[in-house]
Design a protein around this ligand. Structure first.
Ligand SMILES: NC(=O)c1ccc[n+]([C@@H]2O[C@H](COP(=O)([O-])OP(=O)(O)OC[C@H]3O[C@@H](n4cnc5c(N)ncnc54)[C@H](OP(=O)(O)O)[C@@H]3O)[C@@H](O)[C@H]2O)c1
Length: 268
């Protein structure tokens, strides 16, 4: 299974009745434009994000690459089965394309992997992966029986959070393991950056498009921006067609320097 390069996040969606209509329209527009990977989690709004996603994908389930996540506190072999069943119920579907461990907790990775294997065998998930696992934890996972079946590591990655370029990204690349970049526009905080704005203006693009194109230009990296308005979804989709030239990359490197040494993986 190939991951669609540009997907849609849903953190903080489904929380406010007054915004529901617009959020649904945004998700549906994204799917229509080909941003068919939809990322959610049992944690988001205690399942309310998954319920919103169910509504957005109703009638078009087969077009969607659905990703949801199990909380570490539920990631025992039996807990994974319970959480997945509850997620599938909220999502009103019989399977998800990718099921992730949200971050590592007290349950041994072996147990979680056994739980994922049970779900694979039952056809309830089509692949599994992890999120927020740093290099040492990925190394540990690779040593667990069945651990190399991991299909993705979803981590914080954007212009202002480049730590993974030092070690985790090359490690994943070597193993053809996709990275899913979450918060690819740093929840909006980088969009006012002067250099980003200048680069965007020169290229006839917006800061969000440049920030997304910068993430997407790298092989094996998928981005999952969250956009709750039609305008943002349409704007983000155009990032797929934006090419950053050498001048843009140089300016962005100067404003957002790459890491010079290993750093602990950052999380939001
Ligand atoms: N695995 C994990 O631990 C983890 C952690 C964090 C996030 N995630 C996933 O990754 C997804 C994305 O991350 P995120 O939601 O933290 O942050 P993000 O995608 O970097 O930023 C979302 C924010 O940026 C705004 N935005 C989106 N497109 C824009 C545009 N074109 N112009 C201006 N503003 C724009 C959104 O506004 P509007 O909503 O108003 O459109 C929203 O306020 C999440 O929704 C979630 O699915 C996973």
């Amino acid at each position: 299974m190939e991951l669609p390069r540009l997907g849609q996040g849903t953190w903080d969606m489904g929380e406010r009745a007054a915004r529901r209509k617009e959020e649904l329209a945004a998700l549906r527009e994204g799917i229509a434009l080909g941003m068919t990977l939809v990322d959610t989690a049992e944690m988001y709004g205690d399942g309310r994000s998954e319920s919103l996603v169910a509504e957005a994908i109703a009638g078009q389930r087969d077009k969607v690459f659905l990703v949801t996540k199990v909380l570490p506190s539920n990631a025992s072999r039996k807990g994974v089965a319970r959480s997945c069943a509850a997620s599938l119920k909220r999502l009103k579907t019989d399977r998800v394309e990718l099921y992730l461990l949200h971050w590592s907790g007290s349950h041994p990775l072996e147990e979680t992997v056994r739980g994922f294997e049970d779900l694979l065998a039952a056809g309830k998930i089509l692949s599994w992966g992890v999120s927020n696992l740093d290099l040492s934890e990925m190394d540990q996972l690779a040593k667990v029986s069945g651990g190399t079946a991991c299909a993705a590591d979803q981590v914080l990655y954007n212009l202002s959070r480049r730590g993974i370029e030092f070690d985790l990204l090359p490690w994943c690349r070597k193993r053809s393991l996709p990275i899913m970049a979450y918060s690819p526009v740093e929840q909006g905080r980088i969009l006012g950056n002067k250099v980003l704005k200048q680069v965007a203006q020169r290229l006839g693009a917006t800061p969000a498009q440049v920030a997304l194109a910068w993430v997407l230009r790298q092989k094996g990296v998928v981005a999952i921006p969250k956009a709750a308005t039609l305008a943002h979804v349409r704007e983000n989709h155009k990032a797929l067609a934006l090419k950053l030239d050498a001048e843009a990359l140089k300016a962005l490197d100067a404003a957002f320097p790459p890491p010079r040494k290993a750093r602990p993986l950052e999380m939001i």
